[in-house]
Design a protein. Sequence first.
Lengths: 322, 325, 273
Amino acid sequence: MDSAPEPLLRVEDLSVHFPVQGGVFNRRRKMLRAVNNVSLTLNKGECLSIVGESGCGKSTLALSIVGLQAPTSGSIHFEGRPITGKAQPSRIERARMAQIVFQDPYASLNPRQTVFTSLAAPLRLHGIGNGEVESRVEEMMRLVGLKPDQAKRFPHEFSGGQRQRIGIARALILNPKVVVLDEPVSALDVSIRAQIINLLLELKERLRLSYIMISHDLSVVEHMSDRVAVMYFGQIVETGRWESIFANPMHPYTRRLLGAIPDPFAELSGKKLIDEAQAPRPPSGYDYHPQQFDRQDVYSAPQPSQLVAIAGDHCVRLAPVA
Amino acid sequence: MNGALLEVEDLRIDIGSGESRHNAVENISFSIDRGETFGLVGESGCGKSITALATIGLLRRPLAISGGSIRFKGQDLRSLSAREMRKLRGNRIAMIFQEPMTALNPLSPVGRQIAEMFVLHQGASWHEAERKAVEALASVQVPAPDQRVKNYPHQMSGGMRQRVMIAIALACNPDLLIADEPTTALDVTVQAEILKLMQELCDARGTAVLMISHDLGVIAKMCRRVGVMYAGHMAEERAVADLFRTPAHPYTRGLLGSLPRLGSRGAHGRKRLQEIEGVVPSIAAFPAGCRFEPRCERATAICASTQPGQTDLGNNGFVRCFHHG
Amino acid sequence: MGLRFNLVIGGVLCTLIIGAAVLAPWLANYNPIMDADLMNAELPPDAQFWFGTDAQGRDVFTRILYGAQVSLTVGIGSQLINTTIGLIFGISAGYFGGWWDDLVNGLTNLMLSIPSLIFALAIMAILGPGLVSLLIALGLTNWSWTCRIARSSTLSLKSQGYVQAAKTLGYGDGRIMATQILPNLIGPVLVIATLGMGDAILAEAALSYLGLGIRPPQPSWGNMLTDARELIVIAPWAAIFPGIAIFLTVLGLNLLGDGLRDWLDPQMRTRRA
């Protein structure tokens, strides 16, 4: 990626709020603010990782991007064209823009359909003729490292890693430009993860894909990403190229996340990944935002703060000192 | 090894009966000294969890111990009656599980669930036990423990629930704590807190820990010695530092090579991760010889036909492989 | 092994009963209505009357064969209606949620709060007796369980990866419900439907007893039992044989339902192979 980055998908000021009912007799509805004013750009050929812990809104954001969750406000643009709100394209049109690979390879395949049906039905739906369907399924099986004749089988006849390959094949069968990877390896066995990570990176080069990866596993994120966005309670707190995030993490939450990873090699060498004594200070007049990470109110609007560029596209969320 | 707290020798566990009987775990030997933390690491289906359940006498049909011995403080646990075993469980040997929400009783306040341990094993009165429960909750660093004892499990976060589980497990100052993936369901920052807490409490009380995990990082952080299990066999058993520095078994080497290492991309650029080809065999189709043979790069004819014995590696470590090193 | 057993025994029983119903005119030696002969009344089973005769001297065997037509029509027909209604309401309510879900939920709760027999009784009273009104009455009143199961299964299925994936692949809602959700409901719904057939056969008996179902002299297992009630001591065969017929039918349907459920599950099927 030496050429200038070419924006492919842009998320602009996106918020997703869910109504939560208090109880049978409590009709007053609270809004759970899963995603608050998130803006992101995915460039062509890039892997952008969204990192955070459970409940930070990263999965909701992913679902919005593939059209499975309508945003409350804000918009998403694909190749400059809005794909949310009134201008929303049909499902058929949208299918060729972005696809998703799910975390759990056991729940992501229909147990009553053979792999062939799972892969061929979308092709037929998109008007592709029978002869071509078969060759396309065959090609896709090979591409993800499976044998074409295995397509006759049902999902339960495959191991977790093989199922994840099938999930990837299904996501790629319509030649989408963007693939959202929702924790693609965290449900897999350790010895299988490397296979899938390598496969995803190979496919990205070979098919010129762009990835948005959702993950909580920072070692996988470092290995795969070009850019990283760290999310905490619905907001991006730090974003930038992978080198800056991992070599020079600034936001206390990012540092906390990095410091919490039990890395076997760091553990044994006694070398800490994060040295709190060397935490970089925020620009004068500002504090990092948020400051505390124990209890967050997900129902009220967050305190005013802004994502400020520190160096290049390395941005950190700051709030003026009170 | 004198003074070993738990000695497991040649443990063998089978699943099913008659024609559909298969071996799940075989030739498992390890020992844990007082106050020591021993790790069992392996992928799902490698038998680490059932090995742990066997040591606490909680195996249920169709699983059953079919050979070997488990000695706790020199006493053979397999010879104990169900009643004697119950007196030991929760009292001298305690266990915490992966999912605290399913391990806790949803209909009872957590304070009562802790207090129950004192009543059951120490003959305390309920009144006294409830007071001790507050102390126990304070010891696992739950804020406002006198209020929190009244909470039900669903009113707590995952991290808090796991703290409650630890409080219950450590209530009677057990000699051995078995922790089966205690932090797998938790976020990394919460995991770090829980691991630190477990370490501090067990160090202070001299509790030995049998730590079960698939996460090599957790094992490296918590344990002094570790056994690597693969498909029901102990592939390698080493001091943790030795294991990571000079892994001997091809499986361990493959596993370590397959991990994306934090910081390595910055130092050396992105390298293709080393893969272990193939999949873990199912219990019904374990190979006759070395169970890693079908996936092993170094496999030769002998690996397919013969199970490798233990090769001593010094420093109390061993490997089961014909072509280790 | 057990799998095959259920399917085979259930299948054989159901085939026999359906065969009996269809071939009744050729299998029976008598006319079920016209061949009444008081001289032959209440005869025990013998070579001439295999299952004995009833109070009017009609052949019980013949009437059971013809009664099977009524019972099976009522059982299968009413369950077809019930299952269709239950599936349409249940799947759409679970899938779309919102006000439609609230409405369907209210309706099922209402249906469940009134005994379905009372409901059927009311419908029969309006429509009058007869086979068609029986089908309508029993077909409109017993779909709540199917609906509930379909709704709750849909709720959990719709968050599964493959249903979500189908949406992103461009499937329309109708196609998703038909190809991704419906096939996964077949197991539980089949079981409910087979149990419901047994219920419907018994309900037919009850309604016939009240004079609202199949009108005598037209035979149905229900009104045969009713008629035989007074003869239970002197001519027990007149009650026992229709009773056995109902028992075997319900048993056969249940075994078949269980067998089909397992057989339709690809996981069980390939494990067997």
